[in-house]
Design a protein. Structure first.
Length: 349
């Protein structure tokens, strides 16, 4: 029987609640589909920091390389460790250490879920965000600090390799989905990096003649996600633009309780990291109120990435069977606890 080794990083706050609820569901899916998942729980978190002075052991990233995938709850508990320390030492360290340059987020309105839009247009988009460079590269500086002539410069970095790999991943995904790709820029205003992005889009598109490409400016596609979401399928965007568009996507799909994310190195050879988009939610931690569906959805992304497509689809079908009944946690307008909702998904499998 095929066995996958998964690094389980519950992290902080509701991270451990959603992970403890979701993991048995994934194991049941695996069992039904004829493979097994072996999880190693790694306690790397703010608690760990308070005991050891670091968020993870010095060889943490090296330890992770031995796994087939990383499944993460949430990182950061600002009441104990400042976010810039916990995120940098754990999340960013893993992302950079394994060069997880692509961030993929599916946005879809599940059956029975009431989104904020008054529309019955289908909403099913896969946003692919460049995760390591672009506007968040951190290049720049300040001159004449504090003076009348003070200047702050933030330089976006777009490398040929970085732009090409995120676009290529987008085209691959478009092939697996509706054969349609939206490339997001602001090339009418940003005439260096975004014109380059357009050129790279054309160049990569030549290898995918079966995929229909449309270029959108980021402002126009932001509006389109709300007015005509059914015209979009795979959306590829830079770090900043992707950050903003995926927040819009998460809002339309019903909020943070649903949004899931895959951090992938498209070159392969290292584990991907799969996580709910939400944080540790200190305001509801320990109350059993956290919605586990984003974590379960992230689990489905992980199974798909491992090549277990049937298992991923069975899990999504079970999730949707439950949401269609109107059952859910309080953020969904329901009265189930985290573990009750996860148990309902298991029952629906
Ligand atoms: P971070 O800085 O880590 O993003 P945050 O507090 O800004 O932390 P979240 O932790 O994601 O962001 O929480 C934002 C809000 O959404 C909170 O009110 C939280 O209770 C709610 N929330 C987040 N995740 C869930 C969830 N899975 N189920 C229910 N409510 C959630
Ligand atoms: Mg936040």
């Amino acid at each position: 029987m095929k066995n996958y080794r998964i690094a389980l990083l519950p992290g902080d706050g509701i991270g451990s609640e959603v992970m403890e609820a979701a993991w048995p569901v994934l194991q049941t899916v695996a069992e039904r589909q004829g493979f097994s998942l072996e999880g190693d729980w790694l306690p790397w978190s703010c608690d760990y920091y308070l005991k050891h002075g670091t968020m993870m052991p010095a060889d943490g990233v090296e330890q992770l390389r031995a796994f087939d995938a990383i499944y993460l709850g949430a990182v950061g508990l600002p009441a104990t460790v400042p976010d810039h320390v916990s995120l940098r030492e754990l999340l960013l360290a893993i992302r950079q250490g394994l060069d997880l340059s692509v961030n993929a987020r599916p946005h879809r309105l599940l059956a029975g879920v009431k989104g904020p839009l008054r529309t019955d247009r289908p909403f099913d988009i896969l946003c692919i965000r460049e995760n390591t460079e672009g506007e968040y590269a951190g290049a720049g500086g300040r001159v004449h600090r504090g003076g009348e002539l003070e200047v702050a410069v933030e330089t976006a970095i777009f490398t040929r390799a970085g732009v090409e790999r995120v676009l290529r991943h987008g085209f691959e995904q478009a092939r697996l989905r509706g054969g349609k790709l939206a490339s997001v820029t602001k090339s009418n205003a940003q005439r260096h990096s975004m014109v380059f992005w357009d050129e790279m889009t054309d160049r990569v598109a030549a290898d995918y003649p079966d995929v229909a490409v449309t270029r959108y400016h980021v402002d126009a596609i932001a509006a389109r996600m709300i007015t005509h979401p059914e015209t979009l399928d795979v959306v590829v965007a830079s770090n900043l633009f992707g950050d903003i568009l995926t927040d819009i996507g998460a809002a339309i799909q019903g909020g943070l309780g649903f949004a899931a994310s895959a951090n992938i190195n498209p070159a392969g050879g290292v584990p991907g990291m799969f996580e709910p988009v939400h944080g540790s939610a200190p305001d509801i931690m320990g109350l059993g109120l956290a919605n586990p569906l984003a974590t379960l959805w992230a689990g489905a992304l992980m199974l798909r990435h491992l090549g277990e497509i049937a298992a991923a689809e069975a899990l999504m079908a079970a999730i949707e069977k439950v949401t269609a009944t109107g059952a859910g946690t309080p953020d969904m307008g329901g009265d189930l606890s985290t573990t009750q909702l996860a148990a309902a998904v298991t029952a629906a499998l």
